[in-house]
Design a protein around this ligand. Structure first.
Ligand code: PMP
Length: 444
């Protein structure tokens, strides 16, 4: 890399400079619409126009109410109504917004203890610990149990929070192809067997495999039963991030562990967030009593970071009680089933339409591939004009030529709303050339 005139290395590489100047400027109006309502199954966006050839925005003073296919509101608990909102409001009166200090100091209130007991019970494991932010749950806890001399095997599509957490402690990191169990096994074999055939040699302090339940840009579901078999065969540990799957997958909403009917105790470290299915914020790590006690004592997050806000904890407790049927109704189960129905229906109709979508048939994350950057912008803009909010995803979150529109389904969506969205998507797909022949689809 060349130094600039003053002899400094540039802050970002040339490709980023090219990308930010020439590409991002032309499509930046597709991201970051300020929202002026609760992000429920509908959302109100603040209208704006782009000026200065793409460099600045101007708000027009008007607002547009859109069907919300852009939020991770899988079970519809983001709506600020009903018992969950009431629980959050009374927690503010009782405990305030802030805990005033980290958990290990004086930041633990009775809601945290109740939430952790309920989370462990919901997931079917011995214990759980919660944190104020999902990203930090990964980034600040992983470094407490890894060190140089450990080997990490990480799926290539893992989320940024996992990557930050994995890189901090100085362990050796090897990346396996997305959801590819034979590649994972090859890396495990290389790590475990050295020297003479048949001889077992373990040069690593420990080997930890990192995967997600549902991958947020791909909509793929992790091949959990096969990965559990591998981790047992090679005596590795398994870390599973269920951010997008807890609540949203499985007959009882217990995530991919439930979806595949696996034993949750086979996963050494079960991580998840409360941002998506719970309509709240924060994250958890669940597992054996021994491991969670270790985290309570040593995690950077419990020692040095602010605890989860009490009204947030109250909202999650209320959602967990509904999902476990403790509110005396079958509302939780109904929502889980409605999300599964909406997901299958929407995916099936897109398949029939002939657009290319990624992911598993039961995954509520639905990426529609548009490939070209300009098509991301065309699609997001047209959908907003038709009062539908979606997320355009492009480089660097995906490879440059793998641009996509990502849709997240919710139990809060009605069939009429989904039919309307499908009708508009089909119209746009025709206009910008997104439909492919079956042959081209099979090749993609
Ligand atoms: N893990 C995964 C797999 C995620 O997709 C995300 C964010 N969407 C996080 C962790 C971080 O969670 P949060 O947004 O709740 O901070």
């Amino acid at each position: 890399k060349e130094k600039n005139r003053e002899g400094y290395m540039p802050l970002f590489d040339r490709f980023s400079a090219f990308y930010s100047r020439y590409v991002y400027r032309r499509v930046r109006d597709c991201w970051n619409y300020p929202i002026c309502s609760v992000p429920g199954h509908e959302v109100v966006l603040k209208d704006r126009i782009t000026r200065d050839n793409g460099w600045t925005f101007e708000f027009t003073g008007t607002k547009t109410k859109c069907l919300n296919l852009a939020s991770y509101n899988y079970l519809g608990f983001a709506e600020a109504t009903g018992p969950c909102a009431e629980a959050a409001i009374s927690a503010i009166y009782k405990h305030g917004i802030s805990t005033g200090s980290p958990r290990r100091q004086h930041g633990t209130c009775d809601l945290h203890d109740e939430l952790e007991k309920l989370t462990a019970e919901f997931l079917g494991v011995e214990d759980a610990i919660t944190f104020g932010m999902g990203f930090a749950t990964n980034a600040l806890n992983i470094p407490t149990f890894l060190s140089p001399g450990c080997l990490v095997l990480s799926d290539e599509k893992n989320h940024a929070s996992l990557i930050v957490g994995i890189k901090l402690p100085g362990a050796t990191v090897k990346v396996f192809k997305h959801n590819n169990v034979s590649h994972l096994e090859k890396l495990l074999k290389e790590a475990v067997y050295h020297g003479q055939p048949g001889e077992t040699h373990k040069p690593w302090k420990k080997i930890v495999i990192f995967v997600e339940g549902v991958y947020s840009m791909e909509g793929t579901v992790c091949r959990l039963p096969e990965i559990i078999a591998l981790k047992k065969k090679y005596k590795a540990y398994l870390y599973l991030d269920e951010a997008h799957s807890v609540g949203a997958m499985g007959k009882r909403g217990r995530g991919v562990v439930d979806y595949f009917d696996c034993d949750p105790r086979d996963i050494d470290i079960l991580m998840g967030t409360f941002t998506k299915s719970f309509g709240a914020a924060g994250g958890y790590i669940a597992g054996s009593k021994e491991f969670i006690t270790f985290l309570r004592r040593h995690s950077y997050a419990s020692r040095h970071a602010w605890a989860m806000s009490p009204p947030v904890a109250a909202q999650i407790i209320s959602v967990l009680n509904i999902l476990m049927g403790r509110d005396g109704t079958d509302e939780g189960q109904k929502r889980i089933e409605r999300l599964a129905r909406n997901t299958r229906y929407f995916r099936m109709r897109l398949e029939q339409m002939g657009v290319i979508i990624h992911g598993n048939e039961d995954s509520p994350v639905v990426p529609i591939l548009v490939y070209l950057y300009s098509k991301i912008a065309a699609m997001v803009r047209t959908l907003i004009k038709e009062k539908i909010a979606t997320v355009g995803v492009g480089y660097p979150a995906t490879p440059l030529t793998q641009g996509r529109i990502r849709i997240c389904l919710s139990a809060g969506h009605t069939k009429e709303q989904l039919d309307y969205a499908l009708e508009v998507i089909e119209k746009v797909a025709d206009e910008i050339g997104l439909k492919y022949s079956r042959k081209a689809r099979d090749l993609a």
